[in-house]
Ligand binder design. Sequence first.
Ligand code: FE
Length: 187
Amino acid sequence: MVVEQILELWETRGDSQYGQEAVTQREHALQTAMLARQADASAELVTAALLHDVGHLLHKLPEDAPDQGIDDRHETIGARWLQQHFPPEVWQPVVLHVPAKRYLCAVDQSYLHHLSQPSVQSLQLQGGPMSPEEIAAFQKNPYAEAAVQLRRWDDDAKIVGLETPRIEDFRPELEASRMDLRQDDSV
Ligand code: FE
């Protein structure tokens, strides 16, 4: 059921622009998920990659919210929604993909130069690079590594005209990571 809901959401809202970037939300999601697949990530992390920005499709704020000085908190909106259907291996990297950007900006000098202009702009609204205390706390999070991986795919998934699989081609990963189908969740 949730998989049908996800396909429908992308069908109806996926054509919206990915903020001020030159690709659509759908293109961006598919490129991120494709990079996760190419890196042999788990089904859960491929699902997280595909759905990391689903919050953008769920909120009603304009695409240019950052231009108006608004942090849309899409990572929290998305993770809350995903939490109802998927395990922490999916929603934790999603909620952490914005902190992961703030983390990378603080620990990796070359990273900031690699960011697109809209991403630099939203960084300020998201709190800027992490402080040393925030870095230490982030590193202790068991999902930090997955979130950093996701973040790097996210940043590379903005290529105009790149050919990718379709949303429905990711059905195997979506099905495999659904909470209600996982054996290891039962007590
Ligand atoms: Fe993204």
